[in-house]
Ligand binder design. Structure first.
Ligand code: MSP
Length: 522
């Protein structure tokens, strides 16, 4: 079985997760489910990035020790991913001994190989916040967090010799296509590599909530060196049992948001080169979910938490919206209006009605037994078959390129085409006219398309997909991706459900827009 290793970023436990954070997780989970369906031995890693000055400060504000704070946040994260049915295989926390031990070892390895050297760190320091900022991070020359004056400070620190690897990095960019989308590569070259790669400061003495450098314990390892290595430590790299590492490394897909692209596209491959390890096959950089008035922020009162949507509209509608509205490589916008609209149009009308109408017709005309395939009866059937086959290819192509919005759009085109097929064939008239053969073919084609729609929906919205397959009497069928390319897959005596459950209940537009808007203020 071919393996497929997917990673998400590990999240900072600084606050409650909003739909932006949940987005990365949903994308990763969809890939995992799709690849599993395609027969891969998949492994999905997620986790929490628990060290650093910021976490220490948040914990203090909450009157907790940093460890208490991160324990609490990790429990919340796991609860949310559980609620969102994220099929992760491991959840790594950077405060775990399995991680800390290996990070220390990696640091020492880099010291020994000369990749890390001791120097002096100089930067603009905010004393109350105990944080360094670069000149560009300052807002009007003041601390971007608290707005107070900053001072120029120096401290002894360790640096990673990035410059040494600049040429190899450029060569890697030229020779492989490990960055998706392509424009991020150009961005890295123009913004960071061409101006000259700076060595990276990889230790701090200004705070102690971090992993101590074992040979010089007044230093703690800089968060990004600590954080990035999670993708290795979680697999048991440099540990007694490294069987997972041997099996799954290099990662097949690493999913990251645009704000952390630089760390994953520059520093990460360089760390791996220094460790003499293979580079991940692909890093997918996704854009952000924005609000009409810009970024989500508590102060603007425009933050959407996943629970608000899931508790009222269900997980599948929430996942559908995130994947359908976000083009992955461009920013997408969340608005209550579009959420309610997609719910009513796409889910209730298009998908829900197709299933309902079909199930009730099979019940009405054939006592619930799906007629078997009798060959193509007429042009309309043939046309539907051909259209569906070519659309399935498109859905698959988009999924292979992680273009979820496009994949769903093509899938919904099949749904629309199948609804149109009912209007074209007018089964009620066929019944009246005694055109039994045509009516049989029509019902068979409708069920066949619902089978395909159900299978294609499995990676996106499992509950809905399973409900469709169950309602058309195929919950125990094989339902493989490969079977999408075959027609005539309905076994004899397949029986649809007598009274189907509606997949989605139509929403009152105004009421629900209000509901979401009110929820956003909280
Ligand atoms: N801890 C680092 C990652 C270390 S990975 C070795 C971090 N954490 S984070 O919690 O701040 O962000 C986690 C992910 O959430 C990032 O990929 C980030 O891009 C993503 N998102 C945060 N807000 C987002 C949106 N509004 N929309 C989509 N993704 C967003 O960075």
């Amino acid at each position: 079985m071919e393996k497929y290793y997917i990673t998400t970023p590990i999240y900072y436990p600084s606050g409650k997760f909003h739909i932006g954070t949940a987005y990365t997780e949903v994308v990763a989970d969809t890939v995992k489910r799709y690849k599993t369906l395609r027969g891969y031995d998949t492994y999905l890693l997620t986790g929490m990035d628990e060290h650093g000055q910021k976490i220490q400060t948040v914990a203090e504000k909450n009157n907790m020790t940093p460890q208490e704070h991160v324990d609490h946040m990790a429990a919340l994260a796991k609860e949310l991913w559980g609620k969102m049915d994220i099929k992760y295989d491991d959840f790594i926390r950077t405060t775990e001994p399995r991680h800390e031990k290996v990070v220390q070892e990696i640091f020492e390895k880099f010291l020994a190989s000369g990749d890390i050297y001791k120097g002096e760190y100089e930067g603009m320091y905010c004393v109350p916040c105990e944080t360094y900022f670069t000149k560009t991070q300052l807002v009007d020359g003041k601390c971007p967090d608290c707005g107070r004056d900053v001072v120029l400070m120096k401290e002894e620190a360790y640096f990673f010799n990035m410059k040494k690897y600049a040429d190899r990095l450029v060569k890697l960019y030229e020779e492989s296509d490990f960055i998706t989308p392509e424009f991020r590569k150009t961005e890295m070259i123009n913004n960071f590599i061409k101006p000259g790669l700076e060595d990276l400061c990889v230790s701090r003495t200004s705070f102690d909530w971090g992993i101590k450098v074992s040979s010089d314990p007044k230093h703690v390892v800089y968060v990004w060196l600590d954080a990035l290595t999670n993708y290795l430590t979680a697999l048991g790299y440099l540990s007694e049992d490294d069987s997972k590492f041997k099996k799954y490394w290099p990662a097949d897909l690493q999913i990251v948001g645009k704000d952390i692209a630089r760390f994953h596209l520059i520093y990460w491959p360089i760390f791996l080169m220094a460790l003499d390890l293979p580079i991940p096959k692909k890093i997918l950089v996704h854009n952000w979910i924005m609000m009409k008035d810009g970024k989500m922020s508590k102060s603007k009162g425009n933050v959407v938490y996943p629970e608000l949507l899931i508790d009222r509209y269900g997980l599948d509608a929430t996942r559908y919206f995130l994947l359908r509205e976000m083009p992955v490589v461009q920013d997408g916008v969340f608005s209550p209006e579009s959420f309610v609209e997609r719910f009513n149009f796409d889910l209730c009308n298009d998908l829900g009605n197709l299933l309902n109408r079909t199930v009730s017709m099979v019940n009405k005309y054939f006592a619930g037994i799906v007629p078997t395939y009798k060959g193509q009866v007429n042009e309309v059937d043939k046309d539907l078959e051909e259209y569906t086959q070519s659309q399935i290819k498109l859905v698959e192509e988009h999924l292979e390129k992680f273009e979820f919005a496009n994949a769903l759009q093509e899938l919904w085109n099949i749904i629309a085409r199948t609804n149109k097929y009912i209007d074209e064939t007018t089964p009620w008239a066929l019944e009246k006219e005694g055109e039994t053969l045509k009516l049989e073919s029509c019902m068979n084609h409708l069920i066949e398309n619902l089978r395909k729609i159900g299978i294609m929906l499995l990676p996106f919205m499992e509950k809905t997909a399973k409900s469709i397959l169950n309602q058309i009497g195929l919950s125990n069928a094989e339902n493989t991706w490969e079977s999408l390319y075959q027609i005539d897959q309905i076994p004899e005596q397949t029986k649809v459900i007598e009274k189907g459950e509606p997949l989605f209940m139509r929403l009152n537009v105004e009421e629900e827009i209000d509901y979401i808007k009110t929820g956003m203020q909280k």
